[in-house]
Design a protein around this ligand. Sequence first.
Ligand code: ATP
Ligand code: MG
Length: 303
Amino acid sequence: MKKEMIEFIKQAQVFAKPYRVSDGKKFRLNKIDPSDTAGLTSEAKPRAKEALQMGISLLAELQDMLYAQDRWALLLIFQAMDAAGKDGAIKHVMSGINPQGCEVYSFKAPSTEELDHDFLWRTHLRIPERGRIGIFNRSYYEEVLVVRVHSELLEKQKLPSHLVTKSIWDERFADIRSFERYLTRNGVMIRKFFLHVSEEEQKRRFLDRLNDPEKHWKFSAADARERGFWQDYMTAYQDMIQHTATDDAPWYVVPADNKWFTRVVVAAAVIDALVSMDLSYPKVDKEKLKELAEAKQLLLAGK
Ligand code: ATP
Ligand code: MG
């Protein structure tokens, strides 16, 4: 790898680190400012965009190796309030990647079939294969977020009543931690992103959607109603991060009031994850080299 690239990777690692939570015990959401841009002003925006472009081509290169090596899988989980920019972050950061090596799943309210299974079932089916990057646009974390904020959703899950106690959220956290440890031990690296937008910025973005006919499709009246539960959601997010941030499966709490900044942090964290896999193209053995040389001769000898 070229020297500039190695330097760039180091910078990406330093850049992502402040947003990484790998031990949740002392985590406090109110310590994270959604409008934080790491001291970069809007003048830095063009440079940040350039860096993002460079990051995107680096990601493509790393993904190519991930695919060729076919050992690790990478699972990226995105959680956020509406209009925090999940879709945009996924679209931009993954824009350079070979679609064959990447799968995106959006998890909506569960179907009747899904409700007939344990809560990890539908997501387990979508865990990426080796060599691939899997992206969850929402995930099993909804089970300790929306389901916690709206208790009627828990009732729909048809659990035997004596299993539904006040410990249910702690039990779900424990189950999620075990599931993530299990995946990690099987070569699935997990990185989780909470795009942290402020209540005021969300309002601005909703109004934007309402004022622009091309964005109307993105708006649903339910989104505005969910704002009424903002504090409940923030409490649920904080508790979730406190209980599920681990060394193996850290959360990145990414300031999300400035989209350009969010994307740079996400790209940097994904680069960091892939680099930590220590990827390389598979080495070809002697036998194979001989085969290649013969094939070359055959091609050269022919017309
Ligand atoms: P957009 O940003 O485009 O609105 P979205 O991810 O919000 O995308 P929606 O069509 O609005 O997509 O539907 C997602 C809805 O499904 C969310 O309100 C979410 O809380 C809900 N949901 C996801 N998983 C679950 C779950 N396990 N139980 C209940 N509701 C869930
Ligand atoms: Mg929505």
